[in-house]
Design a protein around this ligand. Structure first.
Ligand SMILES: Cc1ncc(COP(=O)(O)O)c(C=O)c1O
Length: 462
């Protein structure tokens, strides 16, 4: 028997599929059966067509950029595979442990070893006990710093949640050449833009900054906040001289499936010092249990991470293309090589920022029925709005966006499909979301234009 599926939507070409299977194979589909026909013909009614020509056009025009991302994914995946093989990762490493974790069957060591090799570091510690990127970064910084020590924030103010830890600085090459003092103990380089309207740093630029720093003060230790940067390039900061890097497993390296955790990697002694901050002096890296299935998910997430990051980069290229086409300022710019997975769009008003986040939330698979509300969040100075209809609470490796409610009302998108399992699905979800966003922003602009016209003003997108 043949099943004929056809879309009832007329705006776009309707695919007609002939499948050699029975209707019962699709119990959820809305079907109409032409019973008089000798061969049962069933049509599937799609409620809505997610693509619009504007987005389709953008996807087609990005072909060569997407190919370049595929090449990046292939290279990074090969590095990860090699590291897994060298660490002799086996299924016995996936079982959980309890209590002190003394009976842990070697998974911790294998994961640390593989992670260190992937990132070009001497040593690494990947643990569920790091409860966020901020926590891992703080442990790394406290490995270097004691009260009263001087820290130089090379790329400007660090991410909002780290503001209380550090004073301001600035990535200005001339200024950096004279910025180091003999007493500067540590330089913090934030790879990704955070909530600032700046370009994220390439690993080459980070290497150049490290050389300038060490030339002035060879004792100054360099710590890189690697959040959102992992796997966006072929190299990582330890390969260009960073003493330590730190980040979160619910971002890039967790491959969208790690439920918690973070990492610190770099020189052996400093990783041990960071581990002592995480646990307690003397306990180091050899204890701490990881119950349930988490070890397996860490290994599997890390293995998938290059591919998931590739999807996110494609999503960010697509968002930039479409939103810039609508007249919004985007950072990074269209078709510019990526150094992180974050795509910022300047929306120019509080209402547009709220509408954008609401549209992302509505397009999400989890809690699509809720409305994100801006509010005070621990660690953040300004009011912030988060749209994260994600499987992992707060995961910005899935399709999410957020932004502080302050000028220039920029939204920071991490544009990966929430299911995150295949290239095709990633793009579809992103396209669907973009379509909805375009509609929402358009409606909002019209409402705003009407309101402002009444007062003799014409509003423009930026
Ligand atoms: C560049 C950067 N560093 C650090 C953090 C803090 O990470 P977490 O939210 O996991 O604490 C963020 C959060 O978005 C970030 O963008």
């Amino acid at each position: 028997m043949f099943l004929v599926l056809s879309s009832t939507t007329s705006a776009y070409p309707t695919p007609t599929l002939s499948l050699p299977c029975a209707a019962v194979a699709y119990p959820g589909a809305t079907v109409s059966v032409r019973s008089k026909s000798r061969v049962s013909a069933v049509s599937l009614h799609l409620d809505e067509q997610p693509f619009v020509p504007e987005v389709e056009k953008a996807v087609d025009s990005l072909y060569s950029e997407f190919r370049a991302v595929d090449n990046l994914v292939a290279r990074n995946s090969a590095r990860v595979l090699k590291a897994f093989q060298n660490a002799r990762v086996g299924s016995h490493h996936f079982s959980g442990s309890t209590g002190y974790g003394h009976e842990e069957p070697g998974g911790r060591e294998a994961l640390d070893q593989a992670f260190a090799e992937i990132f070009g570091a001497e040593s690494a510690i990947v643990r569920a006990q790091f409860f966020s990127g901020t926590h891992a970064i703080t442990c790394a910084l406290f490995a270097f710093l004691r009260p009263g020590d001087e820290l130089l924030a090379v790329a400007g103010a660090p991410y909002d949640t780290l503001e209380e830890l550090a004073e301001d600085g600035g990535l200005d090459w001339d200024a950096l050449r004279v910025a180091l003092k003999p007493q500067t103990k540590c330089a913090l380089i934030q790879r990704s833009c955070g909530y600032s309207w700046r370009r994220s740093l390439s690993v080459d630029e980070i290497g150049r900054a490290i050389k300038i720093i060490k030339l002035q003060n060879p004792n100054c230790l360099v710590m890189v906040d690697n959040c959102y940067g992992e796997f966006t390039e072929r190299i990582e900061p330890p390969m260009v001289g960073a003493d330590l890097i730190a980040g979160s497993f619910i971002k890039n390296p967790g491959g969208t499936i790690a439920p918690c955790g973070g990492y610190v990697a770099g020189s052996k002694n400093w990783v041990a010092a960071a581990a002592a901050r995480l646990s307690a002096p003397g306990l180091g890296v050899d204890c701490g249990s990881t119950p349930g299935d988490i070890m397996r998910i860490f290994f599997q997430g890390l293995f998938l991470a290059p591919q998931m990051v590739g999807e996110a980069i494609k999503g960010s290229l697509l968002i930039a293309e479409v939103m810039a086409g609508r007249g919004y300022k985007v950072q990074p710019g269209c078709r510019v090589p990526r150094h992180d997975v974050v795509q910022a769009v300047q929306l120019g008003s509080r209402e547009r920022l709220l509408a954008f986040c609401e549209a992302v939330q509505r397009s999400s698979p989890v809690s699509s029925f809720t409305k994100p509300i801006a509010g005070a969040t621990p660690g953040y100075a300004s009011e912030v709005i988060f749209a994260d209809g994600t499987f992992i609470d707060g995961s910005t490796s899935e399709l999410s966006c957020d932004g502080p409610l302050r000028e220039p009302f920029a939204v920071y998108c991490q544009p990966l499909d929430s299911m995150g399992t295949s290239s095709r699905r990633g793009l579809n979800s992103c396209r669907q979301c973009l379509w909805k966003l375009s509609v929402d922003i358009e409606k909002l602009t019209m409402v705003k234009n009407l309101a402002e016209n009444r007062h003799g003003n014409i509003a423009s997108p930026d």
